[in-house]
Design a protein around this ligand. Sequence first.
Ligand code: ADP
Ligand code: ASP
Ligand code: MG
Length: 446
Amino acid sequence: MADRSFIKVVKFGGSSLADAEHFKKAADIILSDPTRRYVVPSAPGKCAADNRKVTDMLIRCCGLAADRADYKPLLADIKARYDAIINGLGMDYSLDAEFEKIDAELRRGAALDYVASRGEYLNGLVLAHYIGYEFVDASEIIFFGPDKQFDADRTNLFASERLLELKNAVVPGFYGALPCGDIKTFSRGGSDVTGAIVARAVMADIYENWTDVSGFLMCDPRIVENPRPIHKITYRELRELSYMGATVLHEDSIFPVKLAGIPINIRNTNDPSDPGTMIVSESEESAPDIITGIAGKKGFSVVHLEKDMMNVEVGFGMKVLQAFYDMNICFEHLPSGIDTMSVIVETSLIKDREGFLLSKLSRMVTPDHISITQDLALIAVVGRGMVNYPGTASRVFSAIAREGINIRMIDQGSSELNIIIGVAERDFEAAIRAVYNEFCKNGKLS
Ligand code: ADP
Ligand code: ASP
Ligand code: MG
């Protein structure tokens, strides 16, 4: 067994392994530090020569094959992406046999999860050969149960035993195996989750997540120009932000590492000297900033119910939620007044079932008025420091109002870790910029 010294698990995202140039940068980062023993790669993301993610191409390929359409040109494009990486790195290595196998599986009607996972699998093979690390197929150490849910205990047992006896290893991200041996993927962006699982299994001292930005920024850089970086953030804050659209890190990657108290360090493959963001269980800072970050998502709907005296009608709320439960719809927020109640849901969950939902609710609670409004965007203003600063909520609302934007919904978490605001989708970006500018002037928070 290798020495139990300092261990780093490093995950590289798709943009960090998109082409040969990025592969070289990633390899330099890995090999410059012998404690970077376990590497989790994503599939190649968008690159200068091709604006497509390999995972998207594979998913499309599978769809074409299922429709009995010609998927071969697309599969050839995918192979060309890997060949360009292999040739650009000057390697004597071929994936021909692997692509023949994928082709044969596609002809046989391969399952979507299997096909989608091949992006990581192949990138893992190439990376392992390039840096001289052992290749460990994720299907041998990452398991899902018969209910298709991730089996944390079994995975931890197997992954820990297998990986700790190796000096180093590359474990492809994004997938594992079902009890029958079939491949199952995590949801999109799931290589972050694999990295966290591997970090827990080898009891890593740190989980480095290498991407294309210098850590977590206060807002999505595609919405706010040059947002202030976040140097330190707690797991809880990060989960709120990633759940609400800050896509830097998959929201489920928090659980395995939080359980083991392993800090995550988000780093930039294109700027390795930048310390990035540390994600920790409890910040050592005595006085955290007033707000930590702002994130948001479009695509929500409000189901609004009105009924006089609903506040004294025992079971009203329960019946409303029962209707959603019966239709297998989970809700995001539940703002309510004395005679009103709103249920905020993802629009995709009620799509084409709005009429059914409305009549079911009408039957179950006989409201005076019921309606569904679509095109809602939710914005989360998150910060563990908010609790220390009275008036934060009013500053958020005033900033948005000054832009002439109508706030359709407000919900403040009871932990005072976040304030959630609903606005029309068309006002989404402007509202985020308004809140950011209210709290951050010339790069300084106040
Ligand atoms: P990877 O390919 O490494 O997994 P992702 O594309 O999943 O990377 O995540 C990184 C991207 O997340 C950044 O390029 C950026 O556009 C986006 N992003 C959204 N919100 C934020 C934020 N608050 N801070 C930094 N990046 C953000
Ligand atoms: N390649 C997968 C995706 O595009 C997983 C990941 O990149 O984390 O979603
Ligand atoms: Mg990602």
